[in-house]
Design a protein around this ligand. Structure first.
Ligand SMILES: O=C(O)C1=C[C@@H](OP(=O)(O)O)[C@@H](O)[C@H](O)C1
Ligand SMILES: C=C(OP(=O)(O)O)C(=O)O
Length: 452
């Protein structure tokens, strides 16, 4: 958590005038969009990406691939929504990539850059220089890449692409981030000897995201052996081979559905999220179980997922190791519950956009909450909350968590709500429309441009 006391851009979080009753089309998944862009860029033929998420993280990914020579044309689906045509080409350096503070960009692209025919420089936000990258750097070196990081083990750095990568067997400790594993797997079909990757750390967070990587690789034609199919624990094997161009429609971002579903829960209302997939690797699907345990009821219908609040919100004892992304909104709901909560398995959240455990304890505490950090999570004892400024530390999920509190606590002011643009552009508009009960259009449109 960096100091963020500036009182800039205070957004008065709107209170819910009544129980929320709305249908909220949630924009596309960040994790699916950015994997699909990487796989399409590495493919042997052009592909389509329909209803991609257009947000800071995905625009940065698209821009980065363009700077390395990939063509990404933006068109519109006949039925509305965007369709991006990705036309792969030889990957070129010199190039400079701005990763912003996107974990997916800073981790998924160094292996891609190792395949380019010249140096690729990686820069980003100040926080990006603090987030762990050593697993990717060390593993790439072990696989034959030359990387100049001036001994930091983090950004900024230059990958001196040699036009190809040897590949082979390598070990990585991915206990700090599952994205180390995903990053190496995504580019592995293009390595001359493929990849045998062994995770050597004690824990491995966010495993649904690794399953998403494996699933998407296979759908692009890659041959992958993975622990999820009963293979050896912590070992993934990817064969070398050409990737196919796909025509992929992106699912709604189920993690970003969390604040909207939480609105139904804490106001005793009802929210429908259209297009909720019946089968998915997204960790956000766990919300159905978690929010049911917290007092809601969920129904997966042809119209989407319907969450109905009961008017009561219960505390939750849960290990969120697999679904850490959901923790900020769950912590906010827990602060409004009728009993205590204990959230465990999320020590790695200290390395996310900000130190999320410290930030949640401090900011919920600042509104009168009783939230303490434990070794690997948060202990939350609900008590009456009051208004105040909720600092967000340039963390989109802190901002959406604060909005949930603001529904039922007067006078909550969210600092820099614009930070939600990292993965959820137009969040304030979607939120206001939900409160008005208006169905609102999905993701915005316009040209792909990196935002500041
Ligand atoms: O691969 C991905 O798309 C992600 C993996 C997770 O990262 P960590 O394993 O670092 O938690 C998650 O928190 C992040 O938002 C997205
Ligand atoms: C941890 C997150 O993002 P990133 O992809 O930057 O790691 C997140 O979105 O919660």
């Amino acid at each position: 958590m960096t100091d963020s006391t500036a009182q800039r851009d205070l957004w008065p979080a709107p209170g819910a005038p009544a129980a929320v009753d709305a249908t909220v089309p949630v924009p596309g998944s960040k994790s699916v969009t950015n994997r699909a862009l990487v796989l399409a860029a590495l493919s042997a033929e052009p592909g389509w990406l329909r209803r991609p998420l257009r947000s800071r993280d995905t625009v940065l990914m698209a821009e980065a691939l363009r700077t390395m020579g990939v063509q990404i044309d933006e068109t519109v689906n006949p039925d509305g929504g965007e369709a991006w045509r990705i036309i792969p080409a030889g990957l070129h350096g010199p190039a400079t990539v701005d990763v912003g503070n996107a974990g997916t960009v800073m981790r998924f692209l160094p292996p891609v850059a190792a395949l380019a025919d010249g140096p690729v420089r990686f820069e980003g936000d100040a926080r990006a220089y603090e987030r762990p990258l050593h697993g990717v750097i060390d593993a790439l070196r072990g696989l034959g890449a030359r990387i100049d990081d001036e001994g930091r083990g983090s950004l900024p750095l230059t990958v001196h692409g040699a036009g190809s990568m040897a590949g082979g067997a390598v070990e990585v400790d991915a206990s700090a981030s599952s994205q180390f594993v995903s990053a190496l797997l995504l580019s592995a079909p293009r390595f001359n000897k493929g990849l045998e990757l062994r995770h050597s750390g004690r824990t491995l967070p966010s495993q649904p995201h690794i399953r998403m990587t494996v699933d998407m690789l296979r759908k692009a034609g890659a041959k992958v052996d993975a622990p999820q199919d009963g293979g050896a624990a912590n070992v993934w094997r990817v064969a070398t081979g050409a990737l196919l161009g796909r025509d992929l429609t992106v699912e709604p971002d189920l993690s970003n559905a969390a604040p909207f579903l939480a609105a139904a829960l804490v106001t005793g209302g009802r929210v429908t999220v259209p297009g909720w997939p019946r089968r998915t690797t997204q960790p956000g699907d766990a919300l159905r179980d978690l929010f049911t345990r917290m007092g809601g009821s969920c129904e997966l219908t042809d119209r989407g997922l319907v969450l109905t609040g009961s008017g009561r919100v219960h505390g939750l004892t849960a290990d969120l190791h697999e679904v850490g992304e959901l923790a900020p909104v769950i912590a906010a709901v827990a602060a409004l519950a009728d009993g205590p909560s204990e959230l465990t398995g999320i020590a790695h959240l200290r390395l996310h956009e900000t130190d999320r455990l410290a930030a949640l304890a401090k900011e919920l505490g600042g509104l009168g909450g009783d939230v303490t950090e434990t070794g690997d999570g948060l202990r939350i004892r609900p008590r009456p909350l009051h208004g105040g400024v909720f600092h967000t530390y340039e963390d989109h999920r802190l901002a959406t968590a604060a909005a949930v509190i603001g529904l039922v606590v007067d006078g909550v002011q969210v600092e820099n709500v614009a930070t939600t643009a990292k993965t959820l552009p137009d969040f304030p508009e979607l939120w206001t429309a939900m409160l008005a009960g208006d169905p609102v259009p999905g993701a915005g449109s316009g040209p792909v441009r990196a935002q500041g």
